[in-house]
Design a binder for this molecule. Structure first.
Ligand code: HEC
Length: 431
C-alpha cells in the first residue's frame, strides 16, 4: 500500500484557493477575488475555515448517519474522573484496560448502533476527532469518518479466513487530548508541531471495523455493524481514489486504547487492545460489550531474545489470536505481526518516521523504550506517540507545498515531501 495520493476534490480546492490568493496579491480588490470565487471552492481545511468532516460529501440520496468531525476543542479540559488510575497498570493490567474502556463507552453506546460514538450525542463527556485525516486514498469516508487501515492477510484473523480484507477505523481523543489538538492547530493554516506533547490523562481510543464476513471470521457473529462508504471491492488491497465506493456493512473487530500515564516509567504511555467476541474459539455473544482484552503493554522489552516471559507486555491467557506482535509483544488483530503497538507509535515524529522495520533491517531500534517527548530519530520533532497527529501534519504539508508549519525548518519540510512515499498506516509494507 503506497502513501495516499491527493483526492481530486482536495486538489481542486487547494488550487482554487491559491488562485484566489494570487488574485488578491496581484492587486485586484479582495472583494472581487471573493465574489468571483467559483461555488466549489473548498469551505473546509482552509486557513480560516473549519476542518473537513470527510473526504467526500454524502451521496445525494443518503438518509443515514453522517459523520461530523468533533472539532470544538476545549481551551481547557474540564475536571473529569480517571477510573484507570485506581489500578496499577503493571500488576492489574486487565482491570486498568477495562476501566479505560468503560470510560470510553460511557455515553457513547446508544440504543441505535449507527448513532453510537457520535460525540455530539454524548452528555457524559466530550470526545474529539483529529483533523486532516480526510485526505488521500485512505481518507475519512462520510458516514462514520472511517479511514482505511492495513489490509488483513489470509489466516490473520481466524484460521477459517481465506481472503484478504480491507479494514477501516475511527479514532477519538478525550478532553485533555482535545485541548492539545486545539493548541497545536490553533492556526488552521499553520499548525505548530512544538505543541504536540499530550497532557497526563489523555486517552486516545480507536474503533476498528472489518469488511470480513462472519463466514470467514466466525467470532464476529453478533458484532455491531456500521454502514460505511468504503471501497466497493472489500478484497481490493490497492484501491485508487477513483476506485468505486459503496455503502456497505463493516463489523467491529478491534478496539485500541492509549493512555498517557506518568506511572508508566518506560515510555509514559499504556497501550491496550480488545478483540470482538474474544477471538477464535471465544464465547458467543452480541453487542458492544462482547469484547475481550488481548493485552496491555507499557514498553517494548528492549533486548528480549524471544524466549522466556516478556515483562512489559501482558497478554490475556484466555484469548488465542492467530498472531500478536513481534516475538509475542502486544499487537491487535489488524496489526502487522512484525511490529507492536509501541514500536509503531514510538515513531510518531516530523518528518515522518518509518513505522515498521524495513525488510532485512535490524529490528532492534524499533523495540527500544522511547520516552514520551523524545523523537524516534535524533533531530526530528517528537509527536508523543500520536500517529493521527503525525498523519494530520503530513497530510497538511502534502496539501500545502508552499506553506510551512512554524516549527519546521525548510529542510524538514522538504524531507517530509521526500518521505511521503512511505506507507500510511499500521505497517502497509505488507502489501
Ligand atoms: C504499524 C503501525 C501501527 C501499529 C502496530 C499500531 N498502530 Fe495505532 N495507529 C497507527 C497509525 C498510523 C494511526 C493513525 C492513523 C489511523 O488512525 O489510522 C494509529 C492510531 C491509533 C490510535 C488513535 C490515536 C493516535 O495515537 O493516533 C490509537 C489509540 C492507537 N492507534 C492504538 C494502538 C494500539 C493499542 C495498538 C496495538 C494493539 C496499535 N495502535 C498498533 C499505526 C499503528
Amino acid at each position: 500500500m503506497k502513501r495516499a495520493i491527493a483526492h481530486p476534490r482536495g486538489l481542486v480546492g487547494a488550487t482554487l484557493a491559491f488562485a484566489a490568493i494570487a488574485l488578491t496579491l496581484s492587486g485586484s480588490s479582495p472583494s472581487i477575488a471573493k465574489d468571483t470565487a467559483p461555488a466549489n471552492v473548498k469551505t473546509c481545511d482552509q486557513p480560516t475555515t473549519p476542518f473537513c468532516d470527510a473526504l467526500m460529501p454524502p451521496t445525494p440520496d443518503w438518509k443515514g448517519h453522517v459523520f461530523k468531525l468533533a472539532q470544538n476543542y476545549p481551551a481547557k479540559a474540564p475536571n473529569d474522573i480517571t477510573p484507570w488510575t485506581s489500578f496499577d497498570p503493571y500488576t492489574e493490567p486487565r482491570q486498568y484496560l477495562q476501566a479505560a474502556l468503560g470510560y470510553f463507552y460511557e455515553g457513547n453506546i446508544r440504543p441505535n448502533v449507527e448513532d453510537s460514538f457520535s460525540p455530539k450525542l454524548n452528555w457524559v463527556r466530550r470526545w474529539y476527532n483529529a483533523p486532516w485525516q480526510d485526505y488521500g486514498t485512505n481518507g475519512r469516508e462520510f458516514v462514520h469518518g472511517l479511514t482505511r487501515e492495513r489490509v488483513t492477510q489470509p489466516g490473520e484473523l481466524d484460521p477459517a479466513q481465506t481472503k484478504k480484507w480491507n479494514n477501516y477505523a475511527v479514532g477519538f481523543y478525550n478532553a485533555p487530548g482535545g485541548e492539545a489538538i486545539g493548541k497545536m492547530w490553533a492556526n488552521h493554516g499553520a499548525p505548530n508541531a512544538d505543541l504536540a506533547q499530550m497532557p497526563e490523562g489523555t486517552v486516545g481510543a480507536k474503533l476498528l471495523f472489518t469488511t470480513a464476513p462472519v463466514s470467514e471470521v466466525p467470532f464476529l457473529a453478533g458484532a455491531p455493524e456500521w454502514d460505511a462508504y468504503v471501497y466497493a471491492d472489500p478484497n481490493d488491497t490497492n484501491p485508487s481514489p477513483t476506485s468505486p465506493r459503496a455503502v456497505m456493512k463493516v463489523r467491529l473487530l478491534q478496539i485500541d486504547i492509549a493512555v498517557k500515564d506518568s506511572r508508566a516509567k518506560e515510555t509514559g504511555w499504556i497501550f491496550g487492545t480488545f478483540v470482538y467476541g474474544g477471538g477464535p474459539g471465544g464465547q458467543p455473544g452480541n453487542g458492544w460489550f462482547n469484547v475481550a482484552p488481548v493485552g496491555v503493554m507499557w514498553g517494548n522489552d528492549p533486548g528480549y531474545s524471544g524466549t522466556g516471559p516478556l515483562t512489559q507486555t501482558w497478554l490475556n491467557p484466555e484469548v488465542h489470536m492467530p498472531h500478536v506482535g513481534y516475538q509475542g509483544r502486544l499487537n491487535g488483530p489488524v496489526d502487522n505481526p512484525i511490529s507492536s503497538c509501541m514500536s509503531c507509535h514510538a515513531t510518531a515524529e516530523l518528518p515522518q518516521g518509518t513505522m515498521v522495520p524495513p525488510r532485512g533491517s535490524d529490528p532492534a531500534p524499533w523495540f527500544q523504550n522511547i520516552k514520551s517527548g523524545t523523537p524516534f530519530d535524533a533531530g526530528r520533532k517528537p509527536l508523543d506517540y500520536s500517529l493521527q497527529i503525525e498523519v494530520g501534519f503530513v497530510n497538511f504539508l502534502q496539501a500545502h507545498p508552499v506553506a510551512k508549519p512554524k516549527s519546521l525548518t525548510l529542510e524538514q519540510v522538504q524531507q517530509v515531501h521526500v518521505d511521503r512515499a512511505k506507507p500510511l498506516s499500521r505497517g502497509g509494507e505488507h502489501e
